[in-house]
Design a protein around this ligand. Structure first.
Ligand code: FAD
Length: 351
């Protein structure tokens, strides 16, 4: 393809919120760039959220730099609102995104980096990886998982309780996904919630705004050289569906089962429960397989960074994966700061 001949200044891998925030910053520089995104349409991982998913923070605290998310101070945007917003963001800033293009590998090529994709080969002077975590769902190792004859799905595949009516469903995982999915599925099915440690619920009046404020204070304190302990607010945000489930008395959790059998699970005390479906709400890892070829992956699948720049490969930056690639960078409101700092570094490096 023609792309093989052209070398761009920067290629951004991934066109979710992190990739878009980086692209918007790049658009304000003279650098040439393109975003290569594996999805067929805008929205990144939000395209795959469950039907009832709502943000933890009102719209006003859920925006990327520049364009406010519609909805103001009182509306908690839903999944489709975020997808529409990201689509509008691309259009508003004329971001150059190519879809669907999946990057399979990245390798050094003289002074450049070469990218192999399912749509030809590309070359660039610098690469920003912004592939998120959605493509790397985490399934914990647990004996017998392959034996189970019912259905198993990860929260990344969960859309709605449709099809689970009347079933015995075990939901695994004590985070927000687990709590929200228990809340919803328990309305139509008999649910059992299994968690490694007892779930810890935040006070009802804490939402993403408060969390971001507390995290920002802590970040500033660290930057200033002092250490502020993290606020112990709990893990689970009491969104309306979870509060309602609490009223129904379905939020009791059992200590994680020790084994899966053909019919169900075995609890630590030896008791068993039969199940039709197990839903694993057990989180994600950074989706970094495409960087394996660069030799920068450290066990267990992270890249060593200084700020957002790879320590081993100076032409590579990583944005949006979590606090390890920038404070609050895995949130809509937080990723702009990482994107701005990253692009400033890229500009300086390519000068
Ligand atoms: P993604 O959205 O995953 O985008 C990455 C893109 O890269 C995707 O389009 C993917 O297809 C593409 N890609 C991956 N690999 C390749 C490859 N090899 N080549 C090309 N393209 C590739 N954040 C908030 O701010 N507020 C909230 O209330 C909130 N609630 C959340 C609730 C849930 C249940 C979850 C899971 C997350 C929530 N988040 C929330 C966190 C965060 O905003 C999302 O995880 C966000 O999607 C991360 O954006 P990203 O751009 O880094 O990754």
């Amino acid at each position: 393809t023609g792309q093989q001949e052209v070398a761009l200044d920067v290629i951004v891998i991934g066109g979710g919120q992190a990739g878009l925030a980086v692209a918007r910053e790049l658009g304000r520089t003279p650098l040439s760039y393109v975003v290569l995104d594996a999805q067929p349409a805008p929205g990144g991982a939000w395209r795959h959220g469950w039907d009832s998913l709502n943000l933890f923070s009102p719209a006003r605290w859920s925006s990327l730099p520049g364009l406010p998310m519609p909805g103001g101070e009182h509306r908690y945007p839903g999944r489709d609102d975020v997808v529409r917003y990201l689509e509008a963001y691309e259009a508003r800033y004329g971001l150059r995104v190519q879809r669907p293009v999946r990057v399979r590998w990245v390798r050094p090529d003289g002074a450049l980096l070469r990218l192999g994709t399912d749509r030809g080969t590309w070359r660039a002077r610098a690469v920003v990886s912004a592939t998120g975590t959605f493509d790397a769902p985490h399934w914990p190792e647990i004996p017998g998982r392959d034996l189970f004859q019912g259905r198993q799905l990860h929260s990344s595949e969960y859309r709605s309780p449709a099809g689970l009516e009347g079933q015995r469903v075990i939901v695994v995982g004590g985070g927000n996904s687990g709590a929200q999915i228990v809340a919803e599925v328990s309305r139509v099915a008999h649910t059992t919630w299994a968690t490694l440690t007892p779930p810890s619920f935040m006070p009802d009046d804490i939402d993403g705004r408060v969390l971001f404020g507390a995290a920002t204070q802590r970040y500033r304190a660290q930057q200033a050289g002092s250490d502020l302990p993290p606020p112990s607010l709990g893990d689970i945000v009491m969104v309306p569906s979870v509060r309602e489930a609490r009223e129904r008395g379905v939020l009791g959790a059992r200590a994680m089962f020790v084994r899966v059998t053909a019919q169900g699970v075995v609890w630590p005390d030896g008791a068993t429960s039969d199940a039709d479906t197990i839903i694993w709400c057990t989180g994600f890892r950074p989706a970094l397989q495409h960087l394996d070829s660069l030799g920068v992956l450290e066990d267990p699948g992270y890249v060593r960074v200084q700020g957002t720049r790879s320590r081993a490969e100076p032409r590579l930056w990583l944005v949006g994966y979590g606090n390890w690639t920038g404070f609050a960078s895995a949130t809509l409101v937080g990723v702009g700061r990482s994107a701005r700092a990253t692009v400033a570094e890229v500009v300086a490096a390519l000068r």
